[in-house]
Each structure stands twice: as C-alpha cells, then as structure tokens.
Design a protein around this ligand. Sequence first.
Ligand code: NIG
Ligand code: FE
Length: 424
Amino acid sequence: MEHPIFIKNASQLITVGGFSETPARKEKMKQLSIIENGAVWIESEKIISVGLTSELERKYSKQLHQAEVIDAAGKIVIPGLIDPHTHLVYAGSREDEFNLRLNGATYMEIMNSGGGIHSTTARTREATEEKLFKESKNRLDLFLLHGVTTVEAKSGYGLNWETEYKQLKVVKKLQRSHPIDVVSTFMGAHAVPREYKDCPELYVDLIINEMLPKVANENLAEFNDVFCERGVFTPDQSRRILEAGNRLGLKPKIHADEIEPCQGAELAAEIGAVSADHLLRASEQGIKEMAEKGVIGVLLPGTAFFLMTEAVNGRKMIDNGLAVALSTDCNPGSSPTVSLPLMMNLACLKMGLTPSEALIASTINAAHAISRGNEIGSIEEGKKADLVILNIPNYIQIQYYYGINHTDTVIKSGKIVVKDGRRC
Ligand code: NIG
Ligand code: FE
C-alpha cells in the first residue's frame, strides 16, 4: 500500500471549495476559501482531510509516522491547474507563419492560402503515430512542470478519418501512460480540408455520417467541437455537427466568435453547449444567453496576445454573470504555449480579471468546462488528490510575477510527480 501524504504548514492553502455542483460566477469568482497554516491529508489517490495544521496533526497523530510529510512553510498549496482547451496532438511547428504575421499577413489570410491549420494538418497526416505520441508527450511533460494536472485535447489536424483516428489513438495512449489526465475531444470540424474546398457540405456530411459514429462506437472522445467562423463552418453547419454528436452522446463545445462575430455564443446557448471558447467577437446578447443557460465561457488570453489582437473583456463577462474559465489553447498557430500561469497573468493584465478570479477560472470553473466539477478543481474531502505547491507565500504573487514558473511540487492522483520543480 502507498504511504499517505501529509502536507503541512502551508502559508496559504487555497481550497476553492464550495463550487463542485455549479461553477463560480459574479462575486463568487473571488471566493477562494483560504486556510492559513493549512494542511492536507492524502490517501489512495484521494483528499481525505483538509484543515489547519494543528488540527490535522492531532487528528492523524497515530498515523503520522507512516506518512510522507511535506513541509510547505512559506509556500502556497492550490488545486492542480486544469486546461480545458488544447490542441495538444499535432506535428511540427509554424514559426515561418509567425514571421509572416510579423511582416503584416493575417492569421486568416495565411489559412485561406493553404497554410495555418492546413499546414499542421499536412504534417500531422505525414507523421507516424509514434512521432505524434512523442511530440504530444513532450508537451504534456511541460504542462505538468507548470502545475497542470488535467488537460483537454482536441483532434482536428487530420481532417480525414485516418489521421483524426491517429490523433485520437495518441490521446488514448497518453491517457494510459501519462500522469496528466487527458480529456478527449473530437474536432473533425476544425477546418474544411483542402480537398473539400469547393464542396464543404460534403465534408460536413462526412463528419456527421461517418466520423462521428466511429468516434462514438469506439468511445474515442467525450466532447465534440466545431470552429464556427466566417470562412470555416457556418452557424448552420456547426449546429448540425454538434447536434449529430449530441445524439451520439458526444457533448458539444464550440470555438465561437474568435476572429469575427459569427453568432457562435448564441448557438452555444441554443444547443446547450458545455462551453463556448474564445468569444473575442461575441455579442453582448450572446454572452447574456450563455450566462442564462449555464454555458461556461472559456477565455484564451494567450491567443489574442499571440495574434496581436485586442483581448476579450473578461471583466464585463463576469459582471454580466458568465462563469469564466481560462485556457492556453496550446496549438502551433495561435498560441504555442503550455503556461497556464502566464494565461492567468494575461487575464489580469489584459482582460480585467482579479488574481482570485483568474485562479478560480483555472481550477474549479475549468473543471466544469470539461464536466468534472465533482471530481477535480478544488481541495475538498473526497476529491482526487491533484494539488500543486508553489514556491511563493501568497496567491497574488502567481499573477504579480509573470513569466516565472513557481511550481515546486505536483501531486497527481495522490502521487508526487514533480519535486523541487523537476519530474520524479
Ligand atoms: O483555437 N481556431 C482554431 N483553432 C486554433 C488554432 C489552430 C491553429 O492555428 O493551428 C485556435 O485558435
Ligand atoms: Fe482552439
């Protein structure tokens, strides 16, 4: 049997408790629930007890000698970070296009002339499953070193069954072999492949009639995502694809209003998507409808930063009642990063969030964005023991320092997987 783990003396133990059933919104997005001089008792993958160090030392006095004790004096303990939107599984990189954009080309111009998503699709189609696995695993290792313990991963660089399947198999293999929990999303509707350029409806039919049933039959994904955008998939096509997935048990997500207004937020509310992501150009009405229907807004500050566009007004969205989560959007074109802490910095500096809101958006609200509010995202008794110890004395320093990785220890499913900032 594994030894229990006892974390004690944390200068701040940030539980983010109380939001397992429904995500935090409005002023509740500031309620972190902080225990000073806090402690956690962990056993068999689960959080067993949370409280003051003195209380837990008393409660477990007879078992203390068997436990692995971590003294977190001068440090903070937070729930493992959750990234609810990544394009983790791809081959290659696109620094050539980064250079083109810095010389004046736009993201959509590059994509419409055959680059962008199409260029990564070509490389992903060519790559062997082993190569794809290795590149994706390397990224997951980096996520872990940044304190991320759960990651959603989308397919969408195959745009034909063979390669979409290859990506989804890589996700399965990562689920079996990597400490990070990987949540699978099918995104055959990431772009219209070049070979269907003149007949996009046929590609939509292919997704609906062939790909989605195979994904559901083989249990390859839990969510179904669509890039609803002018020149990619129309709201009508997106609705058809998401409804078809829904009928097969694949929960809808949507890349909504990223580059231009496209009624994506309205569509997310209409079909009851779990989340609508990006929302840079979402209408106020759309955000209101999402808030009313309980759709989570996943904001991706790194994408606006990297595409050099104005950041979304996250402040206003929270004030209007939207439950907001944050994500890296990790992908080779619009956000090549794994640093969720940096996204929290950007959310504060560019989107008007406060440090407490940014932390809630990266933990419990992010858990809700992947339908896991009851399992992860907070330090509460009975939840999975996913915790991070940061080498800073208070949580505001997560946002105050930027571009610095403070991750000291990562505990994933009750096991220490990062120690002194290194994999172990
Ligand atoms: O979320 N918008 C579509 N998909 C990604 C970008 C993918 C790429 O450029 O490779 C996004 O921004
Ligand atoms: Fe994305």
